[in-house]
Design a protein around this ligand. Structure first.
Ligand code: SF4
Length: 427
């Protein structure tokens, strides 16, 4: 594949400890475009080897707004079906630029390991001393060990190690779009973490035309999202943010996104302090509004936010933990979350999303913001553009996205072709 991808699929065999590089063929991308559709095709190909697929979308890591998405695909311990979890923040771009567009993780390692992908090199490394550490400690350890603070880490906490059904993959320190218990799959495979660093570059068929069209598009995108932040998203999702404002330090956004819907909140120091202080861990990133709401139904806001930090550290789904919680005092709440980690709590009836809506194989990372939610999310998971942004910006239409595919590749693909890839994903 000459354009838009680095050109390699990495197949990791945890049984033998070997890795194999497979060329990413243009025909495969023409058929599947990328992201969740390509993941699904790879899942089918390696089905007999209990795979988890991590993949990047067609536009992931480019200048197109919101191109932050990577996607994990596997058989979910929560639903028992194949599902797709979006991994935002900087995971997708870092994966693609590490030299590997897709990673197929097969089998199970005998001992705890972590995977280190960088500059078209893939190492399987021992992780014995990492096993038992929480996700924050793991991220710090790996960045220190690998000598780069910009290493992106996908990891599990004790919930994943113990294969708790609703264990979540944690994206550096924060909760991810994994609503399907993929953290338990890492645990089952004895994989503590995946560390990524990418210095790669992407080739385009017509970079000048792409830049011109993208600049034009960016102007429209900025107009559409002007003033939209977490308040907009919460209102659309029907979630109250009452009591959150005093804790908000800043509104943050994922890679190349003009809609900063993820507030970073402080509770260990005054939220308005902007400069670095001696407080090493001043707060947490609110990345799952449904999770925050699940806690905030029973707890005051500060306890809810501290409970979110605890969920991130042990790597458990925030909606599930928030639904199970019975105590209200902080110390009791934190102890109660710890008690969920060995997997003794019965979560069989609890959905990891807090709405009566059929999220199917996609999960609740993107609330139902538009009537054509399923199609929008499918396009987003295939092309690697965040579904929240795609829902907020009508100008990011199928026609425009297909035009951009053609400008970047020199193809003459059509909206009908995109539709047929989408229908492979949603049936
Ligand atoms: S809309 Fe929000 S979740 Fe999506 S890429 Fe932007 S900041 Fe990230």
């Amino acid at each position: 594949m000459d354009y838009m991808y680095s050109g390699l699929i990495l197949v990791v065999d945890l049984e033998s400890g070997e890795t194999e590089e497979v060329d990413l063929e243009e025909e495969f991308i023409r058929e599947n475009l990328g992201g969740a559709a390509a993941n699904l095709a790879l899942y089918e190909e390696y089905k007999d080897r209990d795979p988890m697929i991590l993949g990047s979308g067609f536009f992931t890591g480019t200048l197109i707004s919101g191109s932050a998405l990577g996607i994990a695909t596997a058989k979910s311990p929560v639903t028992g079906k194949v599902a797709h979890s979006p991994l935002a923040w900087f995971f997708g771009p870092e994966l693609k630029l590490s030299g590997y567009d897709f990673v197929v993780i097969c089998g199970k390692s005998e001992k705890p390991v972590y995977l280190w992908l960088h500059d078209e090199m893939a190492d399987i490394k021992e992780a014995g001393e990492l096993w038992g550490k929480d996700t924050w400690e793991t991220t710090d350890f790996l960045r220190n060990e690998l000598g780069d603070d910009r290493v992106q880490v996908l990891t599990i906490g004790k919930a994943g190690e113990n294969q708790v059904k609703n264990a979540q993959l944690i994206n550096n320190y924060w909760g991810s779009g994994d609503k399907f218990g993929f953290g338990a799959i890492f645990g089952k495979k004895n994989v503590k973490a995946l560390a990524l660093r990418g210095m790669g570059e992407l080739e385009l068929d017509d970079p000048e035309a792409f830049l011109e069209k993208d600049m034009e598009l960016l102007g429209k995108v900025k107009e559409s999202v002007s003033g939209k932040k977490v308040e907009w998203l919460a209102e659309k999702a029907g979630i109250s943010l009452e009591g959150l404002d005093p804790f908000i330090h800043r509104n943050t956004a994922c890679f190349n996104c003009p809609l900063p819907c993820r507030p970073y909140v402080k509770y260990n120091e005054v939220s308005t302090v902007m400069s670095s202080t001696r407080v090493a861990e001043p707060g947490v990133l609110v990345s799952d509004l449904y999770g925050m709401a699940a806690f905030n139904k029973k707890l005051d806001m500060e306890v809810s936010l501290r409970a979110i930090e605890k969920c991130c550290r042990v790597g458990i789904d925030q909606v599930v933990a928030g639904s199970l919680i019975k105590n209200t005092e902080l110390d009791d709440v934190l102890r109660e979350i710890d008690s969920m980690v060995p997997g003794e709590s019965d979560t069989s009836d609890i959905k990891p999303w807090d709405k009566d809506f059929d999220y199917g194989a996609f999960g609740s990372f993107c609330p139902p913001l538009t009537d054509d939610w399923k199609e929008k999310v499918a396009i987003s998971y295939i092309l690697g553009i965040c579904p929240i942004l795609l829902s907020a910006v009508p100008e990011l239409s199928k026609e425009v996205l297909v035009e951009m595919i053609n400008v970047t590749t020199g193809w003459d693909t059509t909206v009908e072709n995109l539709d047929s890839v989408v229908s492979k994903l949603i049936g």
